[in-house]
Design a protein around this ligand. Structure first.
Ligand SMILES: *Cc1c(COP(=O)(O)O)cnc(C)c1O
Length: 382
């Protein structure tokens, strides 16, 4: 994708920003189609675009997926949902349902209804709140019912589920579009908790005959058709990140992250590099200073661990990560490579997964924290 960046480099935003993130909407669409192809044609493949589309831009991602045929969208909060509704309105996708994972919190009823948002009801209090509002407005209101089958996070617990099954009138006036649950360890193929949750969910859904069901996140999509039901809810896989320990799926990377080489300097053995002087050079060296730092989501813990790619050659990040820059030892790079203007921060020799491992975290956390200071490009989509 390096060439794409340079092709765009004529515009002034490129000249002004020191880092660039290019999101390939076509790759996101392809990943959605791939996940969609795993389930039966009758199963709908929703798109998880919470947290600003996993940090990559919910408006651009959701519009591209809507253009490709995605029919259902999920976000976490009311605020995210209203933002997405406004984008859909502007793009003639206003009929598309937007599901709000955090449900109908106190006082949010009017806004949910005004923007045609569908809350995921997570407890009896939310159910009664949404039912009361339906009565007040004299309409039947759509909702999803979320049962907790092992996460102990959101969703009706076992006691609440039992009560609801015996008091179905609590749902009068509500149009339950789906019953759903969420997998604890879907990414671990052989974890027995998957089967236990599946059995528990199958038992719960049997009490709601005729209501469609949903269980699978990205990992669940890859676990097999038992887990798909009438709707899947992939997130991370759309963004090109493989959720399973065994790689069984072909997912395309969807973004490219580059930063400008600000300066290349000579240093002599004994010089120290960066804040705290934590690295003492053992030889005469060439150091490149690159315009990305922890303020851009290039995390401080990557100092001494990460590798960038410059002109196709790999160079180690040394010393501490600053707010706005990093320092890279380019002594071993040849002159041709050093003519590059930008360094790739994620590349074949240092993939997102490797960065996540170096940080002791998961790729999800890195992409949801990419900074806004970069010059963001989108290509593809419709
Ligand atoms: C975030 C989320 C998903 C998507 O999970 P991925 O692992 O990103 O596929 C699905 N369902 C619920 C309830 C979620 O919170």
């Amino acid at each position: 994708m390096t060439t794409q960046l340079f092709q765009n480099a004529a515009n002034s935003a490129d000249l002004a920003a020191d880092s660039a993130i290019t999101v390939d909407l076509d790759a996101i669409v392809e990943n959605w189609r791939y996940i969609d192809s795993l389930s039966s044609p009758k199963t709908k493949t929703a798109a998880m675009v919470k947290a600003n589309g996993y940090g990559l831009g919910s408006g651009a991602v959701a519009s591209a997926l809507a253009g490709a045929g995605a029919e259902i969208f999920f976000v976490a909060s009311l605020g995210e949902a209203i933002e997405l509704r406004q984008i859909f309105r502007a793009k003639n996708h206003d009929n598309l349902p937007i599901m709000v994972l955090h449900g109908a919190q106190r006082g949010q009823e009017d806004a949910l209804a005004a923007h045609h948002l569908i809350p995921v009801l997570n407890d009896l209090e939310q159910i009664s709140r949404w039912q009361l509002f339906a009565k007040k407005t004299g309409t039947s209101l759509p909702a999803l019912l979320h049962f907790d089958t092992g996460m102990t996070r959101l969703g009706l617990d076992a006691d609440q589920a039992d009560w609801l099954i015996q008091n179905k009138a609590a749902l009068d006036g509500l149009d339950i579009a789906y019953v759903m649950s969420h997998l604890v360890s879907g990414e671990l193929i052989d974890d027995p908790v998957n089967r236990r949750q599946l059995a528990c969910f199958n038992d719960l859904r049997s009490w709601f005959p005729g209501v469609p069901s949903s269980l699978a996140n990205s990992a669940g999509c890859l676990l097999g058709r038992d887990y798909h039901f009438q709707m899947t809810r992939p997130g991370i896989a759309l963004y090109g990140i493989h959720p399973l320990e065994k790689v069984t799926a072909q997912l395309r990377p969807v973004f490219d992250w580059q930063a400008r080489i600000l300066q290349i300097r000579h240093a002599v053995a004994g010089d120290r590099v960066g804040y705290g002087g934590t690295v003492e050079l053992q030889r005469d060296s060439r150091i490149a200073t690159i315009g990305v730092g922890y303020a851009d989501g290039y995390r401080r813990q990557l100092g001494g661990k990460a590798k960038v790619s410059i002109g196709g050659q790999v160079a180690p990040v040394i010393g501490r990560i600053s707010m706005d820059s990093i320092t890279v030892d380019v002594t071993d790079l040849d002159k041709a490579a050093l003519r590059a203007d930008f360094a790739a921060l994620i590349h074949d020799d240092y993939r997102l997964e490797a960065m996540a491992a170096d940080l002791g975290t998961i790729s999800y956390e890195i992409i949801t924290n990419l900074g806004q200071r970069a010059n963001w490009h989108y290509h593809g989509g419709v």
